[in-house]
Design a protein around this ligand. Structure first.
Ligand SMILES: [Zn+2]
Length: 182
């Protein structure tokens, strides 16, 4: 099978603020994803996420959105313990945190200044983007380093249903999922 990618490079823009390479990230296994080439359907889905979800959110929050997990290959998903039905495998989901405009790096050059605005972002999504997302989950924790939002777009896979949830981190480290109603 020949897959055309129309020459979209890693540095190509999917939307005004988001590039292809931002969806090819892994803090633990960057080498498993950085050489991946997206096909046209995958590109279409990434553009949909970028334009219908990430751009309006960025405009509202006025702060950069830092993608911590975008697309995952089966191998990468297995390594990090993702669900076998994860929408990350289909280019239909993204995990992100929000960073302060003045990014503060630590001595390792890779620590960020979190904004504490994830809850606001989650509320904005649930109130204003409900027709654009399929699932949104706020992963909450006392330690902001462990907080992020997972959001996905509608899938052709009927196994996925619309959900709005908060995943609380308990003292034993496990997550407890609760349906969110505004
Ligand atoms: Zn996710």
């Amino acid at each position: 099978m020949i897959i055309h990618t129309h020459g979209l490079k890693d540095s190509s823009k999917l939307s005004p603020h988001f590039k292809v390479k931002e969806f090819k990230v892994s803090s633990e296994y960057p080498n498993l994803i950085k050489e991946y080439k997206f096909n046209e359907l995958q590109m279409y889905k990434l553009k949909t996420i970028s334009n219908l979800i990430l751009e309006p959110l960025r405009e509202e929050m006025e702060t950069p959105i830092h993608i911590t997990s975008g697309f995952r290959t089966i191998e990468l998903n297995k390594k990090i313990g993702g669900s076998t039905k994860s929408q990350h495998l289909l280019c239909e989901a993204v995990d992100f945190t929000l960073l302060d405009d003045n990014i503060n790096y630590d001595e390792d050059g890779n620590s960020y200044h979190y904004t504490g605005l994830l809850w606001d972002a989650f509320e904005f999504i649930t109130e204003n983007l409900q027709n654009s997302y399929l699932k949104v989950i706020l992963y909450k924790d006392i330690n902001e380093m462990d907080e992020f939002v997972h959001i996905s777009i509608p899938s052709l896979d009927v196994a996925h249903q619309k959900r709005t949830m908060i995943a609380w981190k308990k003292s034993n480290g496990k997550r407890e999922f609760e349906t969110y109603t505004s």
